[in-house]
Structure formats: structure tokens, C-alpha cells
Design a protein around this ligand. Structure first.
Ligand SMILES: Cc1cc2nc3c(=O)[nH]c(=O)nc-3n(C[C@H](O)[C@H](O)[C@H](O)COP(=O)(O)O)c2cc1C
Ligand SMILES: Nc1ncnc2c1ncn2[C@@H]1O[C@H](COP(=O)(O)OP(=O)(O)OP(=O)(O)O)[C@@H](O)[C@H]1O
Length: 302
């Protein structure tokens, strides 16, 4: 896959099968569109995901989006959502971007896709111009879970309730975060639970503040862990978001390593305890909860 920053750098001899949108999370609905563009890709056509970059409260970092699409599509275009794009009339977007720049042969969108200044563009408008600019339009029906359409908003909502299982069902893959293990104040060690502290990267959303059973990938090996997402109000007023995880059966120094945390199950909300002693007692219970969780859900190699 070729990763391209900004539309201007896109140069390709073949025509394209293109899908457009924010694609935050690449959930199961987005995956339907991606399957469709891939079905068009071949000798005379390349598959292109054109992702409008919003840069805040994201379900995935740009790196994660790249990794998920790599090997599936031919191009990922990271299209910053700047003033130019926001004020471009929809008709002009079709002519300048889809026709002149991307040489679109096939355009694939969801039924509620909108684009252009004041979101005046929609799939009906794309269809009206199809003959003029010689492309086809596929309008994909929205994927649902139960009676609700899948959307990035729905995934964010599930995470904000700590509903990890629902988020995973909507995404079609587990919710994870990756980051570098930072030095904390090493208070955890003296309290009897050394933790690895990781800050969410590039605007990535933490699930509901609270304690989770999770898997932790360190140096290519998965471990069980129990950790707190939040700002640890008992010991600091900093309001800096972190995930602090106690990892079972890990001995060694993980500072400076990139680790991946896969959220599995919400246990309890983050709490502001009146004393460190109460915090410690509760964390000891959390550790037992984690042990129980992993007895019931033994780690598979993955
Ligand atoms: C399983 C677990 C649960 C935690 N729960 C809370 C909590 O409810 N409230 C809180 O203020 N801090 C919580 N913490 C964070 C601790 O306050 C923090 O890990 C400890 O103070 C050590 O901080 P340090 O890494 O800066 O040394 C929790 C940590 C773990 C590992
Ligand atoms: N559930 C779905 N099924 C099929 N296509 C979808 C679904 N959700 C979104 N799409 C389509 O995927 C493309 C990108 O969607 P986009 O990421 O902008 O919206 P979204 O997932 O609904 O997010 P948000 O909740 O932020 O509006 C659009 O063409 C959109 O219509």
C-alpha cells in the first residue's frame, strides 16, 4: 500500500476505485466499503481510501489506520480537513478531486455520505454527474448491529460507557492502544504493584476512566494485565490521561519500550480515594479480579 499525505502528491496512471470519509476506527461499516473498492481493483484500476483527517478524539491513530489497511488497498490518502476543503463546493470537489485528480472510475460511499461546502454533496449528486465524468457510483447500505447503524460515534459511545465488548463487535477487532512506557513516580512499586504507564498517542480516545482486564504485548509476547485508564485522582491533580497497568508474570524493565494494550473487560470506575491505603486495598482487589478473569479466559497465543 502507498501512503500519501495530501491529495496533491497522488500520481497514478491507472483509474481508481475510491471510497471517501473520515474512516475513524475502520469499523465494520467502513470495511464493507473497502471490500467493494478492492473488488474493483485489478489490471485497469487501483483501490484508494481517501480519509479526511479530523485530528482529535480519535478511535485510531494514523499509524493504526495505515497498519490496518496495509496489504488490503493500493493507496491510503490522508487528506487534511482544512479550510480549502471545507469551503469547496460539492460540484467542484467532484470535478477537481474525483475526476481530475483521482481519475475515479468507481466511487463507493455509504447511503449517508455527504461532502462539500455545507455538506451539500451526497450520493444523489454523485449519481447525477456519473455520466458526465464517466464513473459508476455504489451506494452501500449501512451495516447495522441490532437495530442501530454502525458508526464511529456509536463506537465512541460504547467506549465512553466502558462497553469494550460492544466496541469490539462494532469495530470487528479489539480496541487497543500503543505507546511508550514512561517513568511514573514509582509510587506503585512501593505500594506493592509496579505499573507500566502509557499515555494515549495522537488524540486517541481512552475508554471510560476505570479499571480494565487487558492483554499487554511486550517484545512480541502477550501477557495478562489489570490497569487503570484515567488521571489517578487519588495521587495527582494533573489531569493527564494515562493507562497504568500491572502486568502479570512480567519481570524486567519495560521503560522506553513500545507496548500495546488490548482492552478486554471493564471492572470498575476510577475512584478518588481518601487515602493511599484505601487505594492500595482496592488495587489488591483489582489484581484478584484480574487473576480470576484470566483463569476464566486463559491467554491464547495471538
Ligand atoms: C489496577 C489499578 C487500579 C487503579 N485504580 C485507581 C483508582 O481508582 N484511583 C486512582 O486515583 N488511581 C488508581 N490507580 C493508579 C494508581 O494511583 C497509580 O498506579 C499509583 O499511584 C502509582 O503511580 P506511579 O506510576 O506514578 O508511581 C490504579 C492503578 C492500578 C494498577
Ligand atoms: N455502518 C456503515 N455501513 C456502511 N457504510 C458506512 C457505515 N458508516 C459509515 N459508512 C460510510 O463510510 C464512509 C465514511 O464514513 P464516516 O467515517 O465519515 O462516518 P461514520 O462512521 O458514520 O462516522 P461518524 O459517526 O463520525 O459520522 C462514508 O461513505 C459513510 O457513508
Amino acid at each position: 500500500m502507498q501512503y500519501i499525505k495530501g491529495i496533491d502528491a497522488f500520481r497514478e496512471g491507472k483509474r481508481t476505485a475510491v471510497t471517501l470519509g473520515k474512516f475513524d476506527g475502520l469499523h465494520r461499516g467502513h470495511q464493507k466499503l473497502i471490500e467493494k473498492i478492492c473488488s474493483y481493483a485489478g489490471n485497469d484500476c487501483v483501490s484508494v481510501v481517501c480519509a479526511f483527517d479530523m485530528q482529535r478524539n480519535c478511535l485510531m491513530t494514523k499509524e493504526e489506520r495505515k497498519k490496518l489497511l496495509d496489504g488490503k488497498v493500493d493507496y491510503l490518502i490522508d487528506y487534511p480537513f482544512t479550510g480549502d476543503l471545507m469551503t469547496m463546493e460539492a460540484e467542484r470537489f467532484i470535478q477537481k478531486i474525483l475526476y481530475e485528480k483521482l481519475h475515479a472510475a468507481h466511487i463507493v460511499v455509504g447511503s449517508d455520505f455527504s461532502f462539500g461546502y455545507r455538506k451539500r454533496g451526497d450520493h444523489q449528486m454523485l449519481e447525477r454527474y456519473a455520466q458526465k465524468y464517466d464513473y459508476t457510483v455504489d451506494v452501500v447500505e449501512k451495516a447495522r448491529l441490532g437495530d442501530r447503524e454502525i458508526s464511529s460515534t456509536y463506537v465512541r459511545e460504547a467506549l465512553s460507557h466502558g462497553n469494550i465488548r460492544l466496541a469490539q463487535e462494532l469495530l470487528g477487532y479489539p480496541y487497543e492502544m500503543t505507546g511508550i512506557v514512561e517513568h511514573g513516580r514509582e509510587l506503585g512499586r512501593t505500594l506493592g504493584f509496579p505499573t507500566m504507564n502509557v499515555a494515549p498517542q495522537d488524540g486517541k480516545i481512552l475508554p471510560r476512566y476505570g479499571v480494565y482486564a487487558c492483554r499487554v504485548l511486550i517484545d512480541g509476547k502477550w501477557y495478562g494485565g489489570v490497569g487503570n485508564a484515567g488521571v489517578k485522582p487519588t495521587v495527582t491533580q494533573e489531569q493527564r490521561e494515562l493507562f497504568e497497568v500491572y502486568v502479570y508474570d512480567y519481570e524486567g524493565d519495560a521503560y522506553g519500550k513500545y507496548i500495546t494494550i488490548r482492552f478486554l473487560e471493564f471492572e470498575r470506575p476510577e475512584t478518588r480515594f481518601d487515602s493511599v491505603k484505601e487505594l492500595r486495598a482496592c488495587v489488591m482487589q483489582d489484581m484478584r479480579y484480574g487473576e480470576e478473569y484470566f483463569r476464566e479466559h486463559p491467554l491464547k497465543k495471538s
